[in-house]
Design a protein around this ligand. Structure first.
Ligand code: PMP
Ligand code: GLU
Length: 397
């Protein structure tokens, strides 16, 4: 019988991308939707980066690149890690991939055997558990609620570890909550990891530069941790380059080699032109990053202020990234006509179809009491969207 593989049948589609597609579909029907579902900067890639890509074409960077990326880009990544994070890596420890998404998938597929456990703090980014399932691993969730600023403690981590635990996936600044682990919290988590010799951490730092709190700390920077950390970063969020598809890992050499082998059979090196654009992004003046960061911080302040006025929503103040993750469970069980809000997916569908604002229900992030709004959009859109949200929620009785 014609059927997809068991591997694929068990895989959930990306809820963030699905909600964004649904929003585009409604827009195409002429409905005025404000899309706060997918998380990507609304800015255009800065001109000097686009110019570098155009020059790369003219200079005939149009052939296969080395599988783990061009040497000059890997050197620029090492220089960035040294300058901004105080971390020492050699180019052989860097693997550049088609976005940080592929970087994470490479690492999971390289390290996880069937039945291995991967600890994922919830709320989490939608793709982590699905990638673990693809590798036939078992995701193990640690709940972190709004009352703890959506962060796990070292004690919770210790309690979740079993002899089968292989990996922890930590995301700071976090998608979907915007929470940031401070140095003390990371040190506590590092201590637990170091006490378990077979345990590694994927540290997803893709939102490093979207930080409204202060200094970014990488868990790789604590003594002994660079041997246990696979650092994930890329250019998508900081430089408004989501479509260029460039992410990377910095990892212990043996893990980088594993990812290199996998990538060589799977996708080859990432786009040659995008790599030259990413090199320009890392090598040139960083003012564009700061300008965008300030805009996101202003929008964060605006959306928090406006959403806190809506009765029934519990709103934390995100410290980084560009997401708000309010608790909306007080609306569960309420009705509008014959429509009942049973869970956060119903909530997000109601807000989309009645309020014409696309958000994502918290179920997909492992936090069914909340929903996510991306505020990577204009102040006008934020103000209009929160107005619509408030109005449609007032219909629920
Ligand atoms: N990690 C997190 C937490 C993300 O939100 C994203 C954005 N989709 C990624 C990784 C992947 O980034 P990229 O666009 O570089 O693949
Ligand atoms: N990181 C973004 C999000 O969470 C992009 C979409 C995706 O890759 O899932 O919305």
């Amino acid at each position: 019988m014609a059927s997809l593989s068991d591997r694929l049948l068990g895989l959930a589609p990306s809820a963030t991308l699905a909600m964004s597609a649904k929003s585009s579909e409604l827009k195409a029907q002429g409905i005025d939707i404000i899309n706060m579902s997918v998380g990507e900067p609304d800015f255009h890639t800065p001109d000097h980066i686009k110019d570098a890509a155009k020059a790369a074409i003219d200079r005939d960077f149009t052939t296969y690149s080395p599988v783990p990326g061009y040497a000059d880009l890997k050197e620029a990544i090492c220089a960035k890690l040294k300058k901004e994070n105080g971390l020492e890596y050699t180019p052989a420890q860097i693997v550049v991939s088609n976005g940080a998404k592929q970087s994470i998938a490479n690492v999971i597929l390289s390290l996880v055997n069937p039945g291995d456990e991967v600890i994922i703090p919830a709320p989490y980014w939608v793709s982590y558990p699905q990638m673990v399932k693809l590798a036939q691993g078992t995701p193990v969730f640690i709940e972190a609620g709004i009352e703890n600023d959506f962060k796990i403690t070292a004690e919770q981590l210790e309690a979740a570890i079993t002899p089968r635990t292989r990996l922890l996936i930590l995301c700071s600044p976090c998608n979907p909550t915007g929470s940031i682990y401070d140095a003390g919290e990371l040190e506590g988590i590092a201590r637990v990891i170091l006490a378990h010799p077979d345990l590694f951490v994927i540290s997803d730092e893709i939102y490093e530069h979207l930080n409204y709190k202060g200094e970014h700390h990488s868990i790789a920077s604590f003594a002994g941790m660079s041997e246990r950390t696979i650092l994930i970063n890329g250019v998508s969020k900081a430089y408004a380059m989501t479509g260029w598809r460039i992410g990377y890992i910095a990892a212990p050499l043996w893990i980088a080699k594993g990812c290199n082998t996998l990538q060589g059979q799977y996708t080859s090196g990432p786009c040659s032109i995008s790599q030259k654009a990413a090199l320009a992004a890392l090598d040139s003046d960083q003012q564009c990053v700061e300008t965008m960061r300030q805009a996101f911080q202003r929008r964060r302040d605006l959306i928090v202020r406006l959403c806190r006025r809506i009765p029934g929503l519990e709103v934390n103040e995100p410290q980084g990234a560009f997401y708000l993750f309010p608790k909306c469970s007080s609306y569960f069980g309420k009705k509008c006509g014959n429509r009942v809000i049973g869970n956060s997916t119903d909530f997000a569908m109601f807000v989309l179809e009645v309020g014409h604002v696309a958000t994502v229900g918290g179920d997909a992030f492992g936090s069914p009491e909340c929903f996510r709004m991306s505020y990577a959009t204009s102040d006008e859109n934020i103000t209009e969207a929160v107005g619509r949200l408030s109005e449609c929620l007032s219909l629920l009785k």
